[in-house]
Design a binder for this molecule. Structure first.
Ligand SMILES: *[C@@H]1O[C@H](CO)[C@@H](O)[C@H](O)[C@H]1NC(C)=O
Ligand SMILES: *[C@@H]1O[C@H](CO)[C@@H](O)[C@H](O)[C@H]1NC(C)=O
Length: 809
């Protein structure tokens, strides 16, 4: 087999290790192992501990895991456990719920550094069942070890692994494999020097660490003797002769980073004589395990003056190539069912071989790639922001069988990514997390039925692959971003759009107990309100008298909330609690057009403002008629339903309401016929236009009879006196040509036969022309320094036609 051939190639080369007498060095050569790592580079977590403490034996501070993990339950081992168990073994955290539970380590030094990670398990019959569980231990997204406690050793087990994470954190996860409840007693992390124990993109499990020659009844060596807190168990075979020194031992320069503890090097074993080898047998977990063996040597005997000890190492009877120095490691992985190392005296060397310490590692491939770092950071941020208590642990997508609830991932590319997030009914509060914008591959986002507030962020429209967005059942404010609506209109995004339901008590608080009335109408009074985010709103409290037709209220309100246009007043929410119904609209600072045109208003609107308002209103109506599917017929368009922003931008209000209320209480002065259609809205629009031109209301109430504006205006128009048609309050400050054009447009809207009226889109186009005419006139007037209305109609009209044509080119 190829593998074995590759292994073989390491053999046969002659290797002689020379050891100089390096003991008893002068003071300035001292390198005291363990001193330089006195540091922040340890993380020691006692899982299940209630408090932080300093371990008596090692003086290492251990912290409780209570702030680090939000799942699992704390347990205490049985009092029958051995008395002298270590503090960190006394409590544990067990995970009866969830398939995967993880603890996240965040070393200060972050990614691309080398760490020794140790997980400790001591069952101690904590659950009184006397039945040790078996479960899987994962290092991030990859399998590390099956934790098998079936032969529960009196002091538990620990697993050590050396790992260079590609992210700033390391997840250690326990996987329930159906053979008992996973638990963990302690978790430790130690920073290593990056130059030692090369990992080559894999992890190394440390399966043995022996301090050779140490008295087997002595305790293990670890911190503070070992600066990296490696654990060294005593090892001495019967036929080996233990040797030791009380002096400080130092390692050869190039290997200093390994920092083998002084106490470990101070003891060693040698064979009986130079013809007898030191033999070590070792069985890897399986014949394909790639093993790395590190031998550590230091001369601790005073040899005859100037003499030195020379060694050769054989593997399965052949010479074994290894790195020279005081530490010897196998350069390439060695494999086999049984590995037999012999350390022998080199030819001609009269000193028996020695060995001070030995370590064995097994390489652990890390085949699973983690989810895209950007996605992980985003979703972790989202989890944190919304304080999600669901069992979102470890990597969101990997391994596939443990991917997070509510997420779907794509595994097509080498790096898995999140393509769908479903946080429906998850009690989310606050705004839509900005982190969602970093989920670049997301195709579907369901945030429905939460308590989300604030405006809809623009970034939702920038997510390139988003095709489904469900925002129903939240409390968003403001309007839907135009780009998002555009995507929804052109069919690239399914927008379950926002939906804002308020309770009656919320309506009471929004309106400060209905403190300020700002309007009224057939359906009820309108109150000023303020949402939690200080946004002002107008709350229309529907009067109980219009009770019929309430059946469809909610469905209609939801429908209206998806209608958004800059010239339509947005419905931002509604209340539907028994008989209490309210509609919550964006607040319009400048009231309605009816108020502005009223004779009581001393602040007369200019001709230009009137034309702009007419264009705005036509835009809004055009959107209702031609931009919505099915079209929305307003049915009650009038000046009091045209509202004005602080910048005198007009928006149509109350559209679609008549549909909610089958029985109308409003009188329909604007309606020529009972058949509601687009054309009846156009008629109403014509009347509004006449009101704008003349400043007169649609119905003039007289002492004897009321006069309809059309009955009044027709004879005046026929007389051809435009000055008598236009609102006298303008004092002639308008251009006759644009005024005539406006009159013509208004006239075109009001023929008694509906089919003779134009579509609103045509009206809009004409009005835009009319406005352009007025603007060009105004600029011409400024240029020639003449009073606006003094330009003769005939000439200026012709000239301007060509100017407009030129502008259009
Ligand atoms: C070396 O030790 C071995 C085993 O103890 C023994 O059999 C052998 O005779 C010794 N050889 C010499 C030269 O002392
Ligand atoms: C999200 O989950 C809810 C509840 O499990 C489900 O009703 C809904 O259809 C899911 N949404 C999507 C977009 O799959």
């Amino acid at each position: 087999m190829g593998v074995h051939e590759a292994t073989k190639r390491n053999f046969g080369a002659k290797l002689i290790l020379s050891l100089k007498n390096i003991g008893r060095s002068e003071t300035h050569w001292y390198l005291i192992c363990g001193d330089y790592i006195d540091c922040l580079c340890f993380i020691s977590i006692d899982c299940g501990s209630n408090e932080d403490y300093i371990d008596e034996q090692t003086k290492i501070p251990y912290i409780s895991d209570k702030e680090l993990i939000d799942t699992g339950i704390v347990k205490t081992v049985s009092p029958d456990s051995p008395r002298n168990i270590r503090q960190h073994a006394k409590n544990l955290r067990s995970f009866p719920q969830g398939t995967r539970n993880c603890c996240t380590l965040r070393p200060e030094q972050g990614k691309n550094n080398k760490y020794l990670i140790r997980a400790r398990f001591f069952y101690g019959n904590y659950d009184g069942k006397n039945q040790t569980p078996e479960f899987d231990l994962h290092l991030g997204v990859n399998e590390w070890k099956t934790v098998s406690l079936t032969n529960d050793v009196p002091y538990g087990v620990h697993y050590d692994i050396i790992h260079v994470p590609l992210m700033d954190y390391i997840d250690v996860c326990l996987i329930n494999t159906g053979r008992g409840v996973p638990f963990i007693s302690a978790l430790e992390l130690r920073l290593l020097d990056n130059s030692i124990y090369p990992t080559q993109g894999r992890a190394l499990t440390r399966i043995m660490g022996y301090d050779v020659g140490r008295n087997p009844s002595d305790s293990d060596v670890r911190y503070p003797d070992d600066g990296y807190d490696r654990i060294w168990n005593p090892l001495l075979f019967d036929e080996w002769i233990p040797i030791s020194t009380s002096s400080t031992v130092y390692s050869l320069g190039s290997d200093n980073a390994y920092n083998i503890p002084d106490v470990v090097l101070r003891t060693a074993a040698k064979s009986q004589n130079s013809t007898t080898p030191l033999s070590l047998y070792f069985s890897p977990p399986d014949s394909l395990s790639q093993c790395y063996v590190y031998f550590h040597f230091a001369e601790i005997e005073k040899l005859e003056n100037g003499m030195q000890r020379e060694l050769t190492i054989l593997l399965n009877g052949e010479r074994y190539l290894a790195e020279s120095g005081s530490s010897l490691k196998t350069e390439q992985a060695i494999m086999g069912e049984r590995l037999h190392f012999s350390i022998i005296a080199a030819e001609g060397s009269k000193f028996p071989p020695i060995l001070n310490a030995v370590e064995v590692f097994v390489a652990k491939e890390l085949p699973n790639k983690t989810t895209s770092i950007q996605d992980v950071e985003a979703i972790v941020e989202i989890k944190k922001l919304y304080k999600l208590t669901r069992n979102w642990q470890g990597d969101p997508c990997v391994p596939r069988e443990n991917s997070w609830d509510g997420l779907h991932c794509s595994y097509i590319y080498t790096i898995p990514s999140i393509i769908s997030v479903n946080l429906s009914s998850s009690n989310l509060t606050g705004k839509i997390a900005p982190s969602f914008s970093n989920l670049k591959a997301i195709e579907s986002l369901d945030l429905s039925y939460n308590d989300l507030t604030g405006p809809l962020p623009e970034f939702l429209a920038q997510l390139p692959n988003l095709d489904t967005l469900d925002l129903r059942g939240n409390k968003f404010t403001g309007s839907i971003p135009e780009d998002l609506l555009q995507k929804s209109r052109d069919g690239t995004l399914v927008l379950r759009s926002k939906n804002q339901q308020y309770s009656y008590s919320e309506v009471v608080s929004i309106t400060n107990n209905f403190e300020t009335i700002i309007g009224g109408g057939g359906f009820g009074k309108v109150y000023l309100g303020k949402l939690k985010d200080e946004v002002q709103v107008a709350v229309k409290l529907l009067s109980p008298s219009s009770n019929q037709g309430y059946k469809e209220f909610q469905a209609e309100a939801q429908l209206l909330m998806i209608v958004h246009h800059r010239n339509l007043v947005s419905l931002v929410g509604y209340c539907d609690e028994d008989d209490q119904k309210a509609l919550i609209y964006e607040y319009m600072e400048n009231g309605n057009l009816h108020q502005h045109l009223s004779v009581k208003n001393t602040n007369v609107m200019t001709w230009n403002e009137r034309l702009s308002i007419a264009v705005d209103a036509a835009h809004g109506l055009e959107y209702l008629h031609n931009g919505c599917k099915p079209p929305i017929i307003h049915r009650d368009l009038k000046t009091s339903n045209i509202l004005l922003t602080g910048h005198m931008q007009a928006k149509i209000a109350d559209f679609g309401l008549s549909r909610i209320f089958a029985t109308e209480s409003d009188s329909h002065v604007y309606q020529a016929s009972g058949n509601f259609s687009k054309k009846s809205d156009v008629y109403s629009f014509g009347i509004v236009l006449f009101e704008l031109i003349t400043g007169w209301p649609a119905i003039m109430r007289g002492p004897e009879k009321n006069t309809h504006i059309l009955d009044w205006i027709y004879p005046i128009i026929e007389s051809g006196d435009i000055q008598s048609v236009v609102d006298p309050r303008l004092q002639g400050k308008f251009h006759t040509n644009s005024a005539w054009k406006a009159v013509e447009i208004a006239l075109s809207c009001v023929p008694p036969i509906a089919s003779q009226r134009p579509d609103i889109s045509q009206v809009l186009a004409e009005l835009k022309e009319c406005l352009a005419l007025e603007m060009t006139n105004a600029s011409l007037a400024t240029e020639h320094n003449i009073a606006p209305s003094s330009i003769p109609l005939e000439t200026s009209y012709l000239e301007l036609e060509s100017d407009i044509a030129a502008l259009a080119r």
